[in-house]
Design a protein around this ligand. Structure first.
Ligand code: ATP
Length: 240
């Protein structure tokens, strides 16, 4: 671990996010702690991405209070965020993966050695010298995961990491997430894919109209969610 202090719990108290005067999220109160994979589900535009971005600190909070167990700077160094469409730097696969370590002051040789280990773990071992920009969509997602995990983050946020990927690529990415979780990384991710939520989630956060309507153990949520909106969502009905 880059950071010896446990950055969790993350506590949100009545946070809201507004953009251009429009209320988008909240008020949300929750505590992120423990282990495992939390999966954020909900209809389009309900606020899943905004919730993840606000937790990570990418979106400014308009009101309320957010606190990690440590200072924001310490917490920031021990977490990663994977975007739905990850940005590839115009460098090799190896140097893309090494980049977060170089940013944290690791010398280039050690960073590249660590990058090669991670490239192999995500199945890009034979591609380390290729230009990252020419990778396929699935390969880019795997690179993004390696780049996020190379710093051994305590918390990993992912926004729809398997959107637009086929079953095989999705399976590989899910295996990497399971392994990261087993290594002690706390995972928080959004998905549209309820099958994926069932496969991965220890805990489900159901978001609707900018509110976190339910936070339940996955088995409880899928057996019978508490709200009518979540029941409709699980049933494939329109959620109004
Ligand atoms: N920068 C912004 N300015 C204005 N509105 C925004 C901005 N970002 C998001 N929104 C709006 O906030 C709402 C929530 O968006 P968000 O992307 O968090 O939802 P989501 O649940 O992730 O959606 P999807 O499932 O479609 O990816 C949407 O109505 C969106 O249009």
């Amino acid at each position: 671990m880059v950071n010896e202090h446990n950055i969790l719990p993350l506590t949100l108290r009545e946070i809201t996010v507004k953009r251009r005067g429009k209320h988008i999220l909240g008020p949300v109160s929750l505590t992120l702690q423990g282990k495992g994979i939390s999966v954020v589900v909900g209809p389009n535009g309900s606020g899943k991405t905004t919730l993840l971005r606000a937790m990570h600190g990418l979106d400014r909070i308009s009101a309320g209070h957010k606190a990690w167990a440590v200072s924001d700077a310490q917490a920031h160094a021990a977490q990663s965020f994977v975007f739905q469409a990850p940005i590839m730097m115009r460098r090799t696969v190896r140097d893309n993966i090494a980049y977060p370590l170089v940013l944290r002051g690791v010398n280039r040789r050690d960073a590249r050695a660590a990058a090669d280990v991670w490239a192999a773990r995500v199945g890009l071992g034979s591609a380390v010298l290729r230009a990252a920009t020419v990778l396929s969509g699935g390969e880019k997602q795997k690179l993004a995961l390696a780049r996020a995990l190379v710093t051994a983050p305590q918390v990993l946020f992912l926004d729809e990491p398997c959107a637009n990927l086929d079953g095989h690529a999705t399976q590989e990415i899910e295996a990497i997430l399971h392994a990261a979780c087993a290594d002690g990384t706390r995972v928080v991710m959004s998905t549209h894919d309820l099958g994926q939520a069932r496969r991965l989630a220890d805990e489900v956060l159901f978001v609707h109209a900018g509110q976190v309507v339910e936070i339940l153990p996955a088995a409880v949520f899928f057996a019978g969610p508490a709200s009518a909106q979540a029941a409709a969502f699980l049933n494939g009905d329109l959620v109004l």
